[in-house]
Ligand binder design. Structure first.
Ligand code: X5A
Ligand code: ZN
Length: 681
């Protein structure tokens, strides 16, 4: 399995610049590239990446997507005088030519292709290309919105032709709609295109009807174009994460891409004069982390927009840091999508219901939308608690955000623990768990003293005591941040977990998320509120237990057809976990588990996004394949195999729906539907 992260940067691409006055185009400056690269250097990220040179994309490669007329016009601008260039630029909506533009645009195309080549050939696992001019507005026969050639679309077409790929996912998190990319692939079912974008009911540029959620693709491509329009400015971290949980990620897992390309615009980040959104740089670490779970980790991130230099460069750094496998900063602030975001999410789910198996049994329908739209918009405007304030676009605002980010990044960035994964396991097991770091068990007297203070009655057997010594040794290393995550085996997982939870809370952790997998007796805890339990089990739990808001039981038995647990992870577990904002995650795998290894790997892989990736795994049945998969998922430097994703049955969709309705008042990231989100409570 490939490892490493490619970084493509070529100073040449800073030579393309605006030579005359144009208040629309003057934000697309060369410093966008150079300041991002400088910030990467400051964080010492450049030296950790594999440098890959850019090259000029060939004419043949450009013609994969564009017309020869378009290519010829672009080529002809190289020798034009300023007057002529200005005239040609005027033929397009928001574009400027410079004598070096053609050369730069070919480098931008070539950089994207070099990245695809490096990832597909296995030279690296993933990577980022910093390019200018951007690409996603560019169409077969036209430059548009600062874009000349559609770098990402050409990269997708190239990957199809050169490597025979049959399923490519393009995620466009730029704040503008990549209408160019939509046009190029709208009839092509082999390319799944997802874009969220500032829309404001068609008020915002490029103001197209075809940017709305009901543009789902054409002909054979129906269902492979996903538009999520934002109808208000001020969308933030929760709105973006909700969009991933409730729309993009389940579709992406069902689609099962062989390669993921990101049209990575950071104008969707805070401070951007175009987007006027509120998402902070670390949200891009989370988005990147999620996409790394697809296509065996084959992820190519290609720069598009982003016009607040500080916001842009910090967000670029968060992306690259995550591609490198570093732990992920916690998202702070209240986690709840706003009503307008929920409405958009609801609508795109309704529009796509006919084309996606995982949506088949969801009771979100197009008709429901038609009958409630105007009423909902009123509600969205008048709910002060969940509505964001819009940003005023001026220099003061830019400077304010700069100062905010200066402090904010200091607050959220933390030293990366020197060791990724620790284990305290029998030598015969640990031999198979490389590259985990094996720690020595805690001194027995220390353990005895600790345990006698609480749970003394539970720990009668010497064997249990011994395993607690091992588990606590790993846990202590996590709590003191010497290691990021760890694995402990235990002959009695529920006892070990009870001790681990109590120990962590006493150590000072305020919110510990605990996920139990398996039918086992859970030892009740007295640390109410500081521990949230989600119990994934086959047997129905008794009512007394299940009505505490900090104990949730999720009845789930993995389907025979494949891994259907993804729908529960995105539709329930992650939304609850992100709402809770745990600062430590404990995952216990006990006896009689109802999930297979694939489902468990998925859980571990995705929960690394929480709690600065701090996870303690407690495993009762130490079968070697399970241990190996958990270690792989925790180490995060190669992708575990999640198996084939199968859609959930009607019964399971129903289970999730009931839970969502019960709990969305408390755990707000569960909200994904208008009926549930508003009139449902
Ligand atoms: C790549 C990108 C924006 C064009 C805005 C024109 N283009 N008003 O962000
Ligand atoms: Zn943009």
């Amino acid at each position: 399995m490939a490892s490493g992260t490619a970084l493509i940067y070529d100073e040449e691409m800073t030579s393309h610049k605006l030579l005359w006055k144009d208040p629309i185009c003057d934000i697309e400056v060369p410093e966008r590239l150079s300041s991002s690269y400088e910030q990467l250097k400051r964080y010492h990220l450049v030296e950790r990446c594999v440098p890959v040179p850019a090259r000029e994309g060939s004419e043949e490669e450009i013609l994969l997507v564009h017309s020869s007329e378009h290519l010829e016009v672009a080529k002809s601008t190289q020798t034009m005088n300023e007057e002529e260039m200005k005239r040609v630029s005027g033929n397009y909506d928001a574009f400027f030519f410079h004598p070096s533009t053609y050369h730069c645009a070919r480098l931008a195309v070539g950089a994207a292709l070099q990245l695809v080549d490096s990832v597909i050939a296995g030279k690296v696992c993933n990577g980022m290309a910093l390019v200018r001019p951007p690409g996603h507005h560019s169409q077969r026969n036209a430059a548009n919105g600062f874009c000349l050639f559609n770098n990402v679309a050409i990269a997708a077409e190239y990957a199809k032709r050169k490597y025979g790929l049959q399923r490519i996912l393009i995620v466009d998190w730029d704040v503008h709609h990549g209408q160019g990319t939509q046009y190029i692939f709208e009839e092509d079912p082999s390319v799944l295109y997802f874009s969220w974008h500032r829309y404001e009911h068609q008020e915002f540029w490029p103001s197209l009807k075809k940017s709305d959620y009901d543009a789902v693709g054409l002909g054979r491509g129906k269902g492979s174009n996903i538009n999520l329009p934002w109808n208000k400015v001020g969308m933030g971290n929760s709105d973006y994460l909700a969009a991933f949980f409730h729309v993009l990620l389940p579709m992406a897992f069902e689609f099962d891409p062989e390669l993921v390309l990101v049209s990575s615009g950071y104008d969707s980040g805070i401070g951007d004069p175009e987007g006027q959104m509120n998402a902070t740089p670390e949200v891009f670490a989370h988005l990147t982390h999620f996409l790394m779970q697809l296509a065996n980790g084959k992820l190519c991130v290609i720069l598009e927009g982003g016009y607040h230099l500080k916001s842009l460069s910090e967000s670029v750094c968060m992306t690259v840091k995550t591609l490198l496998g570093d732990p992920i900063p916690q998202i702070t602030g209240e986690m709840a999508p706003c009503l307008s975001a929920i409405e958009s999410i609801h609508n795109v789910r309704a529009a796509h219901k006919p084309y996606w198996k995982w949506l088949m049994y969801e009771d979100t329908s197009f008709l429901q939308y038609l009958s409630t739209k105007s009423h909902l918009l009123e509600k969205a405007n008048t709910n002060p608690s969940t509505e964001h304030e819009s940003k005023i676009n001026n220099t003061d605002e830019t400077i304010k955000v700069e100062r905010f980010l200066e402090l904010h990044m200091k607050n959220i960035l933390f030293p990366v623990p020197p060791i990724k994964t620790a284990a305290s396991v029998e030598s015969k097991t640990s031999a198979h768990l490389l590259p985990v770091h094996v720690v020595k068990e805690k001194d027995m007297n220390e353990v005895k003293a600790l345990v006698s203070a609480f749970y003394a009655d539970l720990v009668k057997e010497d064997e249990t005591l011994l395993s607690l010594g091992s588990m606590l040794a790993v846990l202590d290393k996590i709590l003191t941040k010497q290691v990021c995550n760890g694995i402990a085996e235990s002959p009695a997982a529920s006892v070990s977990v009870a001790v681990a939870l109590r120990h962590s809370v006493r150590f000072g952790f305020q919110r510990v998320l605990c996920i139990f997998v398996g039918d086992m007796e859970i030892i009740p805890n007295t640390e109410d509120g500081r521990i949230l339990m989600i119990h994934v089990c086959e047997k129905l739990q008794s009512v007394e237990k299940t009505n505490s808001k900090h104990y949730i039981s999720l009845n789930w038995k993995e389907g025979a057809e494949g891994n259907d647990f993804f729908s529960a992870v995105f539709g329930f577990i992650l939304p609850v976990a992100y709402s809770y904002q745990a600062n430590l995650t404990v995952i216990a795998v006990g006896p009689n588990r109802s999930l297979g290894i694939n489902g468990i790997s998925l859980l571990f892989g995705l929960l690394r996004g929480l709690a600065e990736s701090r996870i303690l795994a407690v495993i009762e049945n130490t079968e070697i394949n399970l241990m190996q998969s958990v270690a792989t998922a925790l180490a995060g430097n190669s992708r575990p195999d999640f198996g084939v994703c199968a859609p959930p049955t009607q019964e399971k969709v129903h289970t999730l729906k009931i839970l969502r309705e019960q709990l969305q008042q408390e755990w707000k990231m569960l909200r994904c539907s208008v009926k549930n989100g508003i009139s449902g409570n």
